[in-house]
Unconditional design. Structure first.
Length: 399
């Protein structure tokens, strides 16, 4: 069966059509600039020439119509008709406390996703638009919602309640939710497979380091703590997000720079992180290049990032009985999979725990590999993430 995986952003849409018999993507693409001048679909059916379809798209429905058109195109499409799509899996960012697993979408589910807009005002609305458009375009098949937050619903209150008046949790549901759950779950399952263990027995610290970054402690296959919070702004410094800062900086800056809530939110989400420190770029490749050319602030941005990753890993060690109790520290996502230097610097900072990288083995990019030395107290592993496949698997399981 083919499953269509949809990930809708405010002006973009990523999709993959996955043949679940061999778990292979048979087509994938990206729609950019939805509702903005210059909108286009970049489509690729695996084994055929890539296509760029430039056409005005006023909304997500129009975008999805073009995607469906591309999928069935006789020349560059992947299937003969839309009947060959068995179900659609949607990435939904915020499930709040309503969802601890993926669900088949019905009216009640839609209401709950709508209710959670207040927790993710930028993310849930485009997710809803994508679901509604697919319901209209493919009315006869099931749609499944897979939440970024669901995997972390196993955290206990001491790891999700903030030290602010408790009534704000009761009144506004302010608590840690965590994100990238689909990725942390995928690499948890995959690492269990690699280490030949039952997922219920696996203990890990999983590091999703990309443009957005988060770290989770996984005990017996379940997320028990994670670095992102009420929103994806908390935790590590990221491409453009500040991560943890003294909360007093918010009001201090609003006051000094005369910023309103939207403007301060912009500073912390879009102008901070390694971009804000380096002044160079939010892309780690550009920053690594600039640092190699002697740019001190670029080097500082990398140092701050690595220091914070090491600090989170060491903090999460306290969740386990001993270092030997941890099956592996796992690196994934753009930076975690592709930057041997970043992995090496982080693990070197953790030598107090007996962790040790093998420089030769670590010289890999985007490939499943154990990169720790034989002497290391716990394994260090690179595991490429595949959120789309995880969404497709959950979708297939539910239908
Ligand atoms: P997103 O959060 O957008 O899904 P990704 O997981 O794709 O992000 O990660 C993107 C980040 O990974 C970028 O900052 C990019 O620079 C970094 N990255 C990708 N390849 C490399 C590489 N070879 N070396 C260093 N960084 C890399």
């Amino acid at each position: 069966m083919n499953i269509l995986v949809i990930n809708c952003g405010s002006s973009s849409l990523k999709y993959q059509l996955i043949d679940m018999d061999g778990e292979n993507a048979i087509a994938k693409g990206l729609v950019e600039r939805i509702g903005i001048e210059g909108s286009r679909v970049k489509h690729e059916t695996i084994g055929k020439e890539k296509q760029v379809i430039e056409e005005p798209m006023s909304d997500h429905r129009k975008a999805l119509e073009l995607v469906m058109g591309a999928l069935v195109n006789p020349e560059y499409g992947a299937v003969k008709s839309l009947d060959e799509i068995g179900a659609v899996g949607h990435r939904v960012v915020h499930g709040g406390e309503d969802f601890s697993a993926s669900v088949v979408i019905d009216e009640k589910v839609m209401k709950a996703i709508e209710k959670n807009i207040e927790l993710a005002p930028l993310h849930n609305p485009p997710n809803i638009m994508g679901i509604e458009a697919c319901q209209k375009l493919l009315p006869n098949i099931k749609q499944v919602a897979v939440f970024d937050t669901a995997f972390h619903q196993t955290m206990s209150p001491e790891n999700y309640i903030y030290a602010i008046p408790y009534e704000y949790y009761e009144k506004h549901k302010i608590r840690r939710y965590g994100f990238h759950g689909t990725s942390h779950m995928y690499i948890t399952n995959k690492t269990a497979e690699i280490l030949n263990k039952n997922v219920e027995d696996i203990n890990l610290i999983t590091c999703h380091l990309g443009n957005g970054s988060s770290i989770s402690a996984i005990k017996n296959g379940k997320s028990i703590c994670t670095s992102m919070g009420l929103t994806p702004l908390e935790g590590l410094p990221m491409g453009t997000r500040s991560g943890n800062i003294d909360p007093a900086i918010v009001t201090f800056l609003m006051d000094k720079e005369n910023l309103n809530t939207e403007e301060i939110s912009n500073v912390l989400n879009k102008e901070s992180g390694v971009f804000g420190i380096s002044g160079v770029s939010s892309d780690f490749r550009d920053i690594e290049d600039a640092a190699a050319d002697g740019n001190k602030r670029a080097q500082l941005a990398l140092d701050i990032f690595e220091e914070n990753v090491a600090r989170f890993i060491s903090a999460y060690m306290t969740e386990f009985k001993s270092i030997e109790d941890i099956d592996a520290i796992v690196f994934t996502a753009g930076l975690g999979e592709n930057s041997p230097e970043t992995r090496e610097h982080i693990i070197n900072k953790l030598s107090i725990f007996g962790l040790e990288i093998d420089e030769n083995k670590n010289n890999v990019r985007g490939k499943e590999t154990i990169v720790s030395s034989e002497e290391s107290s716990s394994k260090v592993i690179v595991v490429p993430t595949d959120e789309e496949l995880m969404i497709a698997r959950d979708t297939l399981k539910l239908i």
